[in-house]
Design a protein around this ligand. Structure first.
Ligand code: MG
Length: 379
């Protein structure tokens, strides 16, 4: 039961290496299963979202974040009659290319690559997610990567600079990077994952921020959406406080945002009436917040940026993490034999070192740092 503008597995643009269809699963279900079974997916459990993995057992990791994005995405997809399996596949794969230590790791790796080679295209996690599913996973007899469908890969490549898009399109003409050159849009399922990603991390970063005592409920009351949901929760349940108040407030924030996306998107779809997925690709972005919710979401984003992501404790952690990545990068470039043989390929040494480091979990990177330098980062 899909709308004509949803991605239909029978009309997929296919895989790069042709394969016979699976007997009991459609194309996107098979993609989802391949992602769940891959190595990079299992590593997400020990990769940082905001808090380093060793800080506590209750904070989100990339794995739980990806599951929350999949859950939110699927509920919206179901309501809008979009393809739930495709949404799930994209959501589960969207962060596979993240380095250890979250954005700090990515920034450090990008700087390292550009320092050793000013002409280098650098490191970018969306591109790396595509690289993981296209190249780096090695588990099938006749091809590298997971050989996912065009539609899943299109969703995984969420952002891409013109320079990267030109490079990707040279090796895959009319492929998943083409839209960054001709400014078209991806499928509605891919658009939905972008928004679900944002809704999910805003919500869980509030939860983790309060849990870690880096932000308080009183501070969060500056944010209109939080304050409204907090007040409504306490009006319905007088005396509600502590963790239950936080959960109830966040639950209401999620419900409001999901309801808003469904309403605003349905309205746009009714106006533009896309006949099929290719029509969607030629239209403006259709999976959106209403203007009012867009402003509220931006307010929340700005709050989290200044109060959580730039909190001195988070910044301190971030600086240490960058240090680890920089030292590891230098060490492997000096002595490639410190890496497993399949990475120690000298022809593309910098890229291999970046791939090796990007694939690490937080704790493996810390152990490698200790092994190579004899120093401890968090003594
Ligand atoms: Mg994400």
């Amino acid at each position: 039961m899909l709308q004509p503008y949803a991605c239909d597995p029978l009309k997929s643009r296919g895989r790069r290496h042709p394969e016979a269809p699976a007997p009991a699963r459609d194309t996107f279900q098979r993609d989802r299963d391949r992602i769940v079974h891959c190595t990079a997916f299992r590593r997400l459990v020990y990769k940082t979202q905001v808090f380093l993995n060793h800080e506590g057992d209750l904070f989100r990791t990339r794995l739980t974040h990806s599951l929350e994005v999949a859950q939110l995405g699927r509920s919206v997809a179901r309501t809008l009659w979009l393809n739930e399996d495709l949404v799930e596949a994209i959501a589960l794969a969207h962060d596979l290319g993240h380095t250890p230590f979250g954005h700090a790791g990515q920034e450090a790796l990008n700087t390292c690559l550009r320092n050793v080679d000013p002409g280098h295209a650098g490191f970018e996690h969306n591109l790396q997610s595509l690289r993981v599913v296209d190249e780096l996973e090695q588990r099938y007899p006749t091809f590298n990567g997971l050989n996912l469908s065009f539609e899943t890969r299109e969703g995984v490549l969420k952002h891409c600079s013109r320079r990267h898009a030109e490079r990707l399109t040279a090796s895959e003409p009319g492929g998943v990077a083409q839209r960054f050159l001709d400014h078209s849009r991806p499928s509605l399922e891919a658009q939905l994952c972008n928004l679900a990603d944002e809704i999910a991390y805003h919500a869980h970063d509030i939860d983790d921020g309060i849990r870690s005592s880096l932000v308080t409920i009183e501070q969060l009351d500056e944010v209109a959406l939080f304050a409204l949901c907090r007040r409504n929760a306490q009006a319905d349940f007088p005396g509600l406080d502590g963790r239950r108040l936080v959960f109830e407030t966040i639950r209401r924030m999620l419900a409001q945002q999901v309801g808003d996306v469904v309403a605003a998107t349905s309205e746009l779809i009714a106006v533009h009436r896309p006949a099929d997925v290719d029509a969607v690709r030629r239209m403006p972005v259709l999976v959106v917040f209403s203007e009012g919710m867009h402003a509220q979401s931006n307010e929340l984003k700005a709050f989290l940026r200044s109060n959580l992501y730039r909190h001195p404790r988070v910044v301190d952690m971030t600086e240490r993490a960058k240090h680890v990545v920089r030292d590891l990068f230098a060490a492997y470039c000096d002595e490639p034999e410190q890496m497993p043989a399949e990475y120690a390929e000298l022809r593309k040494l910098y890229r291999s070192v970046a791939d090796y480091i990007a694939g690490m979990t937080d704790r493996f990177a810390l152990r490698e740092y200790e092994r190579i330098t004899g120093r401890q980062v968090f003594a």
